[in-house]
Design a protein around this ligand. Structure first.
Ligand code: G
Ligand code: G
Ligand code: G
Ligand code: MN
Ligand code: NA
Length: 252
Protein backbone atom coordinates (compact mmCIF):
# COMPACT_ATOMS: atom_id res chain seq x y z
CA UNK A 1 0.00 0.00 0.00
CA UNK A 2 1.16 3.54 -0.74
CA UNK A 3 1.45 6.11 2.08
CA UNK A 4 -1.66 7.68 0.66
CA UNK A 5 -3.66 4.47 1.01
CA UNK A 6 -2.16 3.74 4.44
CA UNK A 7 -3.16 7.21 5.66
CA UNK A 8 -6.69 6.82 4.28
CA UNK A 9 -7.03 3.44 5.91
CA UNK A 10 -5.63 4.77 9.20
CA UNK A 11 -8.24 7.56 9.22
CA UNK A 12 -11.05 5.14 8.37
CA UNK A 13 -9.96 2.68 11.08
CA UNK A 14 -9.63 5.30 13.80
CA UNK A 15 -5.89 4.76 14.23
CA UNK A 16 -5.16 8.45 14.75
CA UNK A 17 -5.20 9.77 18.31
CA UNK A 18 -4.68 13.22 19.74
CA UNK A 19 -2.41 14.03 22.65
CA UNK A 20 -2.53 17.38 24.39
CA UNK A 21 0.58 18.96 25.88
CA UNK A 22 -0.04 21.46 28.70
CA UNK A 23 1.45 24.96 28.47
CA UNK A 24 2.50 26.92 31.59
CA UNK A 25 1.72 30.64 31.86
CA UNK A 26 4.70 32.10 33.71
CA UNK A 27 3.25 35.33 35.13
CA UNK A 28 -0.07 33.87 36.27
CA UNK A 29 1.57 30.66 37.52
CA UNK A 30 -0.98 28.34 36.03
CA UNK A 31 -1.78 26.13 33.06
CA UNK A 32 -2.65 28.38 30.11
CA UNK A 33 -3.94 25.58 27.90
CA UNK A 34 -2.65 22.86 25.59
CA UNK A 35 -1.19 22.12 22.17
CA UNK A 36 -2.88 19.28 20.26
CA UNK A 37 -0.43 16.78 18.76
CA UNK A 38 -1.49 14.06 16.37
CA UNK A 39 -0.42 10.43 16.99
CA UNK A 40 -0.73 7.38 14.75
CA UNK A 41 -1.16 4.16 16.70
CA UNK A 42 -1.60 1.44 14.09
CA UNK A 43 -3.78 -1.53 14.78
CA UNK A 44 -0.78 -3.81 14.17
CA UNK A 45 0.73 -2.17 17.29
CA UNK A 46 3.30 -0.02 15.49
CA UNK A 47 3.55 3.68 16.25
CA UNK A 48 4.39 5.87 13.29
CA UNK A 49 6.47 8.92 14.17
CA UNK A 50 4.58 12.20 13.64
CA UNK A 51 7.40 13.87 11.71
CA UNK A 52 7.27 10.88 9.30
CA UNK A 53 3.53 10.71 8.72
CA UNK A 54 3.02 14.49 8.65
CA UNK A 55 5.70 14.79 5.96
CA UNK A 56 4.14 11.87 4.08
CA UNK A 57 0.65 13.38 4.35
CA UNK A 58 2.01 16.68 3.00
CA UNK A 59 3.79 14.96 0.13
CA UNK A 60 0.81 12.77 -0.81
CA UNK A 61 -1.92 15.40 -0.77
CA UNK A 62 -3.41 13.97 2.45
CA UNK A 63 -2.63 16.72 4.96
CA UNK A 64 -6.00 18.46 4.52
CA UNK A 65 -8.16 15.35 5.12
CA UNK A 66 -5.86 14.38 8.00
CA UNK A 67 -6.17 17.82 9.58
CA UNK A 68 -9.96 17.79 9.19
CA UNK A 69 -9.97 14.41 10.92
CA UNK A 70 -7.78 15.87 13.70
CA UNK A 71 -10.14 18.83 14.16
CA UNK A 72 -13.10 16.45 14.44
CA UNK A 73 -11.36 14.32 17.08
CA UNK A 74 -10.44 17.42 19.09
CA UNK A 75 -13.95 18.86 18.88
CA UNK A 76 -15.44 15.50 20.00
CA UNK A 77 -13.04 15.09 22.90
CA UNK A 78 -13.24 18.70 24.05
CA UNK A 79 -17.02 18.35 24.54
CA UNK A 80 -16.18 16.32 27.65
CA UNK A 81 -13.65 18.83 29.05
CA UNK A 82 -14.23 20.96 32.04
CA UNK A 83 -12.00 24.00 31.52
CA UNK A 84 -12.27 27.68 32.43
CA UNK A 85 -13.19 30.18 29.71
CA UNK A 86 -10.03 31.41 28.00
CA UNK A 87 -8.30 28.01 28.06
CA UNK A 88 -5.84 27.96 25.14
CA UNK A 89 -5.99 25.28 22.45
CA UNK A 90 -3.19 25.22 19.86
CA UNK A 91 -3.52 23.27 16.62
CA UNK A 92 -0.86 22.81 13.96
CA UNK A 93 -1.96 23.81 10.48
CA UNK A 94 -0.08 23.04 7.27
CA UNK A 95 0.74 25.58 4.56
CA UNK A 96 -1.26 23.76 1.92
CA UNK A 97 -4.38 23.88 4.08
CA UNK A 98 -4.16 27.64 4.61
CA UNK A 99 -4.05 28.15 0.86
CA UNK A 100 -7.06 25.89 0.26
CA UNK A 101 -10.39 27.61 -0.54
CA UNK A 102 -12.12 25.69 2.30
CA UNK A 103 -9.64 26.77 4.98
CA UNK A 104 -11.83 29.52 6.47
CA UNK A 105 -14.86 27.23 6.50
CA UNK A 106 -12.91 24.38 8.12
CA UNK A 107 -11.62 26.59 10.93
CA UNK A 108 -14.96 28.33 11.45
CA UNK A 109 -16.77 25.01 11.71
CA UNK A 110 -14.22 23.80 14.26
CA UNK A 111 -14.52 27.03 16.28
CA UNK A 112 -18.32 26.78 16.18
CA UNK A 113 -18.22 23.28 17.65
CA UNK A 114 -16.12 24.59 20.57
CA UNK A 115 -17.92 27.90 21.06
CA UNK A 116 -19.68 26.83 24.24
CA UNK A 117 -16.32 26.05 25.91
CA UNK A 118 -15.06 29.62 25.27
CA UNK A 119 -11.58 28.37 24.49
CA UNK A 120 -8.98 30.47 22.72
CA UNK A 121 -8.02 28.65 19.54
CA UNK A 122 -4.54 29.28 18.19
CA UNK A 123 -3.41 28.20 14.74
CA UNK A 124 0.25 27.21 14.80
CA UNK A 125 1.92 27.92 11.48
CA UNK A 126 5.51 27.42 10.44
CA UNK A 127 7.58 30.20 8.94
CA UNK A 128 7.72 28.18 5.75
CA UNK A 129 3.95 28.41 5.37
CA UNK A 130 4.02 32.22 5.32
CA UNK A 131 7.13 33.13 3.44
CA UNK A 132 5.91 32.75 -0.12
CA UNK A 133 2.38 33.79 0.62
CA UNK A 134 0.83 37.04 -0.38
CA UNK A 135 -2.17 39.11 0.60
CA UNK A 136 -4.67 36.27 0.21
CA UNK A 137 -3.29 34.25 3.11
CA UNK A 138 -2.70 37.40 5.16
CA UNK A 139 -6.34 38.37 4.60
CA UNK A 140 -7.64 34.96 5.65
CA UNK A 141 -5.63 35.06 8.86
CA UNK A 142 -6.73 38.64 9.55
CA UNK A 143 -10.36 37.59 9.06
CA UNK A 144 -10.01 34.70 11.50
CA UNK A 145 -8.24 36.95 14.02
CA UNK A 146 -11.19 39.35 13.93
CA UNK A 147 -13.34 36.33 14.82
CA UNK A 148 -11.22 35.59 17.89
CA UNK A 149 -8.78 33.02 16.48
CA UNK A 150 -5.12 33.61 17.31
CA UNK A 151 -2.04 32.91 15.24
CA UNK A 152 1.35 31.57 16.37
CA UNK A 153 4.59 31.04 14.48
CA UNK A 154 5.81 27.56 15.41
CA UNK A 155 9.42 26.35 15.51
CA UNK A 156 10.49 29.99 15.27
CA UNK A 157 14.05 30.49 14.08
CA UNK A 158 14.41 27.27 12.09
CA UNK A 159 12.70 28.32 8.86
CA UNK A 160 15.76 29.69 7.04
CA UNK A 161 13.51 32.52 5.89
CA UNK A 162 13.66 36.24 5.70
CA UNK A 163 11.74 37.88 8.53
CA UNK A 164 9.63 40.04 6.20
CA UNK A 165 6.50 38.04 7.05
CA UNK A 166 6.66 39.48 10.56
CA UNK A 167 5.60 42.78 9.00
CA UNK A 168 3.08 41.35 6.54
CA UNK A 169 1.05 39.14 8.87
CA UNK A 170 -0.76 39.96 12.08
CA UNK A 171 0.50 37.49 14.65
CA UNK A 172 -0.07 36.80 18.34
CA UNK A 173 2.67 34.42 19.50
CA UNK A 174 6.16 33.24 18.66
CA UNK A 175 7.01 29.70 19.72
CA UNK A 176 10.79 29.42 20.05
CA UNK A 177 12.11 26.16 18.64
CA UNK A 178 13.57 23.81 21.24
CA UNK A 179 16.97 23.91 19.55
CA UNK A 180 17.47 27.40 20.98
CA UNK A 181 16.24 26.31 24.41
CA UNK A 182 18.78 23.46 24.36
CA UNK A 183 21.54 26.03 24.00
CA UNK A 184 20.91 27.41 27.50
CA UNK A 185 23.82 26.25 29.67
CA UNK A 186 23.78 28.61 32.66
CA UNK A 187 21.75 31.49 34.03
CA UNK A 188 24.56 33.96 33.40
CA UNK A 189 25.70 32.52 30.07
CA UNK A 190 25.20 34.15 26.72
CA UNK A 191 22.68 32.70 24.32
CA UNK A 192 22.79 35.47 21.73
CA UNK A 193 20.36 34.07 19.18
CA UNK A 194 17.81 33.08 21.81
CA UNK A 195 18.16 36.47 23.50
CA UNK A 196 17.67 38.22 20.15
CA UNK A 197 14.50 36.21 19.45
CA UNK A 198 13.04 37.07 22.86
CA UNK A 199 13.87 40.72 22.43
CA UNK A 200 12.41 40.71 18.91
CA UNK A 201 9.13 39.28 20.25
CA UNK A 202 8.97 41.99 22.90
CA UNK A 203 9.62 44.72 20.32
CA UNK A 204 6.92 43.32 18.06
CA UNK A 205 4.54 43.10 21.05
CA UNK A 206 4.12 39.37 20.50
CA UNK A 207 3.79 36.92 23.35
CA UNK A 208 6.58 34.38 23.36
CA UNK A 209 6.67 30.70 24.31
CA UNK A 210 9.70 28.46 24.92
CA UNK A 211 9.33 24.93 23.54
CA UNK A 212 11.02 21.74 24.67
CA UNK A 213 11.86 22.99 28.18
CA UNK A 214 13.35 20.01 30.01
CA UNK A 215 15.37 21.46 32.93
CA UNK A 216 14.70 23.90 35.80
CA UNK A 217 17.70 25.92 34.56
CA UNK A 218 16.08 26.44 31.16
CA UNK A 219 12.83 27.34 32.88
CA UNK A 220 14.50 29.93 35.15
CA UNK A 221 16.45 31.44 32.26
CA UNK A 222 13.32 31.92 30.17
CA UNK A 223 11.37 33.30 33.12
CA UNK A 224 14.17 35.79 33.89
CA UNK A 225 14.19 36.94 30.27
CA UNK A 226 10.47 37.65 30.13
CA UNK A 227 9.25 34.62 28.20
CA UNK A 228 5.48 34.39 28.73
CA UNK A 229 4.81 30.66 28.30
CA UNK A 230 6.72 27.42 28.85
CA UNK A 231 6.03 24.10 27.13
CA UNK A 232 8.09 20.94 27.62
CA UNK A 233 8.61 17.70 29.47
CA UNK A 234 9.63 19.58 32.66
CA UNK A 235 6.10 20.86 33.04
CA UNK A 236 4.11 18.12 31.33
CA UNK A 237 4.27 15.52 28.55
CA UNK A 238 1.60 15.26 25.88
CA UNK A 239 -1.41 13.41 27.42
CA UNK A 240 -4.51 11.82 25.98
CA UNK A 241 -7.84 13.55 26.64
CA UNK A 242 -8.74 11.53 29.76
CA UNK A 243 -5.22 11.81 31.21
CA UNK A 244 -5.27 15.56 30.56
CA UNK A 245 -8.51 16.00 32.51
CA UNK A 246 -7.11 13.91 35.40
CA UNK A 247 -3.89 15.94 35.32
CA UNK A 248 -5.77 19.28 35.36
CA UNK A 249 -7.91 18.12 38.28
CA UNK A 250 -4.87 17.05 40.28
CA UNK A 251 -3.15 20.39 39.60
CA UNK A 252 -6.19 22.16 41.02
O1 G B 1 4.56 15.50 18.49
P1 G B 1 5.92 15.63 18.16
O2 G B 1 5.47 14.66 18.87
O3 G B 1 6.93 14.60 17.81
O4 G B 1 5.54 16.11 16.66
C1 G B 1 6.51 16.06 15.66
C2 G B 1 6.20 17.09 14.61
O5 G B 1 4.91 16.83 14.05
C3 G B 1 6.15 18.50 15.18
O6 G B 1 6.87 19.32 14.27
C4 G B 1 4.70 18.86 15.16
O7 G B 1 4.54 20.22 14.87
C5 G B 1 4.14 18.00 14.05
N1 G B 1 2.76 17.71 14.33
C6 G B 1 2.25 17.04 15.37
N2 G B 1 0.89 17.00 15.28
C7 G B 1 0.58 17.67 14.14
C8 G B 1 -0.62 17.98 13.48
O8 G B 1 -1.72 17.67 13.93
N3 G B 1 -0.55 18.68 12.31
C9 G B 1 0.63 19.06 11.77
N4 G B 1 0.62 19.72 10.61
N5 G B 1 1.80 18.80 12.36
C10 G B 1 1.78 18.13 13.53
O1 G C 1 3.75 25.60 40.93
P1 G C 1 3.43 24.31 40.29
O2 G C 1 3.92 23.08 41.01
O3 G C 1 2.03 24.17 39.79
O4 G C 1 4.34 24.35 38.95
C1 G C 1 4.17 23.39 37.97
C2 G C 1 5.48 23.13 37.26
O5 G C 1 5.92 24.32 36.58
C3 G C 1 6.60 22.78 38.19
O6 G C 1 6.68 21.39 38.43
C4 G C 1 7.80 23.22 37.38
O7 G C 1 8.03 22.27 36.38
C5 G C 1 7.32 24.45 36.70
N1 G C 1 7.58 25.70 37.41
C6 G C 1 6.64 26.60 37.81
N2 G C 1 7.23 27.68 38.36
C7 G C 1 8.57 27.46 38.31
C8 G C 1 9.68 28.21 38.72
O8 G C 1 9.59 29.33 39.19
N3 G C 1 10.90 27.65 38.50
C9 G C 1 11.05 26.42 37.92
N4 G C 1 12.27 25.94 37.74
N5 G C 1 10.00 25.69 37.52
C10 G C 1 8.79 26.19 37.72
O1 G D 1 4.55 21.54 16.82
P1 G D 1 5.93 21.29 17.32
O2 G D 1 7.03 21.15 16.34
O3 G D 1 6.34 22.34 18.26
O4 G D 1 5.78 19.94 18.15
C1 G D 1 6.20 19.85 19.43
C2 G D 1 7.04 18.62 19.48
O5 G D 1 7.95 18.68 20.57
C3 G D 1 6.23 17.37 19.69
O6 G D 1 6.90 16.41 19.00
C4 G D 1 6.36 17.12 21.17
O7 G D 1 6.14 15.75 21.47
C5 G D 1 7.79 17.52 21.37
N1 G D 1 8.15 17.93 22.72
C6 G D 1 7.37 18.56 23.61
N2 G D 1 8.05 18.82 24.74
C7 G D 1 9.30 18.35 24.55
C8 G D 1 10.49 18.34 25.36
O8 G D 1 10.54 18.83 26.48
N3 G D 1 11.59 17.78 24.80
C9 G D 1 11.60 17.23 23.56
N4 G D 1 12.73 16.69 23.13
N5 G D 1 10.51 17.25 22.77
C10 G D 1 9.38 17.79 23.26
MN1 MN E 1 3.33 23.18 17.28
NA1 NA F 1 7.47 23.67 17.52
Amino acid sequence: LSWRDELRKGIRNGEFLVHYQPVWQVEERRCAGVEALLRWQRHDGRQVRPDMFIAAAEAEGMIIPLTRHLLNIIADEAQTWSVAPGFHLGVNVAAEHIQHPDFLADIRQFAARLREKQMIITLELTERSLIHEGPEVANKLATLRREGIRVAIDDFGTGHCSLSYLQNFQLDYLKIDRGFINAIESLEGETPVLDAIISLSHKLALEVLGEGVETPLQFEYLKNHGVNYIQGYLYARPLNSAALMAWLTKKG
